[in-house]
Design a protein. Structure first.
Length: 357
């Protein structure tokens, strides 16, 4: 695959790339650059961490990247997830791995790493210290959004370590491309700024879109960081997101309640599900409706759907029913995977954990 095609694939993933010129230069120099994302194991996994993550990882692999997924168990511990119980956090991490296997991540081309292994290396902690010594407390606190926190929150001292660890992860794993969500932007920019000072190569940041929650947004528009906080809070507000083992009935109920104003495309979570998930996985979206309401419709692209919806040629309830059905089909292999064996046991354990923000 030539450079332009590889670049185009990565641009499909990145809502923002810092910077595109750096990315072009990297692709010219490296046939197989290393990209990564990190995940706090913090309970049940939603569709953005499951299917959307699979879509983006597989595109990065198709573009020639070697992909590393870091299960950030120590980061989740520092962030007081699952009540700060590290054993439960590790169980949740194993559950995450099972979700990705069933969600069509090409696991044969993905390296899974654990933060609990990184922290055994003295060199890792030297990098954490280097990051900390070259930043102010105020700068680190401004990165708190990466944890689903705000600068106004009363942070534990352990949470101050988190951004320093995340920047150190990039350097320690020799990452070329930090392919994380828009909510992780601040720490990726921090890593880029201090990398030359510490003798490391600047990581290229490829930030993917943060999927909206299903409720009405509190503002006209949410930033990537705010969406990240909203998604992290969905663990304690389960009706605001579709989870990877939700039943068909759960999905229908959540979709029926979801915010979807007629004719409005922007900041519409149902339209976002269509754009970022469905039309990445299906060839067309079929809308079934009675003849008295115009009969059935079929859209072969998101652009066609957006045009019809914005003209009010498609009612929100008809769209919701179709989206609910297609999302349920996408999740079905994951549901079946967790019906037996080790996967079922992991899911039951995770569901028993008390979810903490």
């Amino acid at each position: 695959m030539d450079i332009n095609k590889r670049l185009e694939l990565i641009k499909q993933v990145g809502e923002e790339i810092i910077t595109e010129d750096d990315l072009k230069d990297l692709l010219q120099k490296k046939k197989s650059p290393i990209a990564y994302d990190g995940f706090e194991p913090s309970g049940n996994i939603h569709i953005a961490q499951g299917i959307l993550r699979a879509i983006n990882v597989n595109k990065m692999i198709d573009a020639g990247c070697r992909f590393k997924i870091l299960i950030a168990d120590w980061h989740a511990w520092a962030n007081n997830k699952l009540g700060g119980n590290l054993d439960n956090i590790k169980i949740a991490g194993k559950y995450f791995m099972e979700v990705w296997k069933a969600a069509d991540v090409d696991m044969s081309k993905v390296e899974i790493l654990w933060a609990s292994d990184l922290v055994k290396d003295d060199e890792y902690w030297k990098k954490v210290m280097q990051v900390a010594r070259n930043n102010t407390v105020n700068r680190i606190v401004r990165c708190s959004q990466i944890m689903g926190r705000s600068e106004k929150d009363a942070l534990h001292a352990s949470q101050i370590l988190y951004p320093c660890m995340q920047a150190a992860d990039i350097f320690h794993l020799d990452i070329d491309i930090a392919q994380l969500g828009m909510d992780q932007r601040k720490v990726n920019v921090l890593a880029r700024e201090i990398a030359p000072k510490l003798g490391y190569n600047k990581p290229i940041a490829v930030h993917h879109h943060m999927l909206m929650g299903l409720g009405q947004p509190p503002k006209a528009e949410l930033s990537g960081a705010e969406r990240g906080i909203e998604l992290k809070m969905s663990k304690s507000k389960p009706d605001t997101a579709i989870f990877m083992t939700d039943s068909e009935e759960d999905i229908k109920r959540k979709m029926n309640k979801a915010y979807c104003p007629e004719g409005i495309v922007e900041e519409n979570p149902i339209m976002e599900y269509c754009k970022y998930i469905l039309f990445e996985k299906i060839k067309s979206l079929k809308i079934e409706r009675p003849a008295k309401w115009g009969g059935n419709l079929e859209f072969s692209s998101y652009a066609e759907l957006e045009a019809a919806f914005s003209k009010k040629e498609l009612h929100p309830m008809d769209l919701k029913q179709a989206v609910s059905s297609e999302i349920s089909k996408l999740i079905e292999p994951v549901r079946k995977h967790f019906e037996k064996g080790k996967a079922k046991e992991l899911l039951e354990q995770v569901k028993s954990f008390e979810i903490t923000r």
